[in-house]
Design a protein around this ligand. Structure first.
Ligand code: GUN
Length: 304
């Protein structure tokens, strides 16, 4: 087989090792002003098997790296008001560094996802899609931003194969304008000519065929077939669909495997890395909280 695999599982292990190292460093000589481990709160609404599994993965992986998780489960019919109250409670809890509401929320329930995303305090927003956090991702090329986990995963995967985005054509296939557009901007900032197209776009085939890097985020198993991709393309498969016990990506690996240079497989690609990167973001939010805490202490001691 010509195509090489981008091993997301191995890269996730590297991210986890880094997190462990950093947490140990922050706690050496008892110099940790917060005096506790990083805390991630996850709100899980309803009883969707996929969501339960994703949350379990985060909880188990967090345990391995020394991050504490707190899962708040609520009934699928809890409704918007109850969910907003829960977010407010966690926003005000000084011990919680990071919050995520597991998506998607139950269909048919009384939920406004945009309002829920915007209710999480920006400094606790681990997904980074709060309007205050995603705006600079879209509007600036600052390299110091904490990125949405999947964006970080894509950059990390490209780095792992020493891929330079300069002047490369990148096509993102996504139903979500905010996700696709912000990711395109993130990659354009690194020199690529990146665009986001919808799966139903008239020019979908053309945009896929010209892409040096193709990033499907669709959720339709096997939609991307060999004849749709450029010779030697890099394919990062973000579409994860669970189908009768097995997990499938958007890419039909069989027909792409003699044409692509690299493919990130499903399972074992973006999934484990997204979990690890969510935890890395939790650590980054915890570090920022430490900084704010130190600054606050300094100001208080000046005042006395
Ligand atoms: N559901 C599947 N992946 C994710 C994620 O990264 N964040 C949230 N909030 N929900 C998800």
């Amino acid at each position: 087989m010509k195509t090489k695999i981008i091993d997301g599982q191995a890269l996730a292990e590297d991210i986890k090792d880094e997190i462990v190292k950093e947490i140990l460093e922050l706690n050496k000589d008892n110099t940790n002003c917060l005096n506790r481990r990083p805390n991630l709160a996850i709100i899980l609404v309803g009883d969707n098997a996929d969501s339960n599994l994703y949350v379990d993965k985060k909880v188990n992986t967090a345990k391995q790296v020394g991050i504490d998780t707190h899962v708040y489960k609520c009934d699928k019919d809890s409704g918007q008001v109850k969910l907003l109250e829960m977010i407010d409670f966690l926003n005000n809890d000084q011990e919680i560094d990071a919050i995520m509401v597991q998506l998607p929320l139950p269909k048919g329930g009384d939920y406004d996802t945009d309002e829920i995303i915007a209710r999480v305090k920006p400094e606790k927003d681990v997904d980074r899609f709060h309007p205050v956090n995603i705006k600079p991702v879209k509007d600036t090329c600052s390299s110091s931003l904490i990125l949405p986990p999947v964006f970080g995963v894509i950059l990390e995967m490209l780095k792992s194969i020493d891929y330079d985005l300069e002047d490369k054509i990148v096509t993102i296939v996504s139903k979500s304008k905010i996700f696709g557009g912000s990711l395109a901007k993130t990659l354009s900032c690194r020199g690529a000519s990146a665009i986001a197209v919808k799966p139903g776009a008239d020019d979908l085939a053309e945009r896929c065929l010209e892409a040096d890097v193709l990033i499907p985020v669709i959720g339709q198993p096997g939609l991307i077939i060999g004849s749709m991709i450029k010779e030697d393309a890099i394919i990062i498969d973000v579409g994860i669909t669970r189908d009768m016990g097995s997990v499938k990506g958007d890419v039909d690996a069989e027909s792409c495997k003699e044409r692509a240079a690299y493919i990130s497989p499903v399972p074992g690609g973006v999934g484990p890395m997204t979990v690890a990167t969510t935890l890395k973001n939790t650590l980054e939010l915890y570090k920022k909280k430490m900084k704010r805490h130190k600054k606050g202490t300094k100001f208080r001691s000046f005042g006395t």
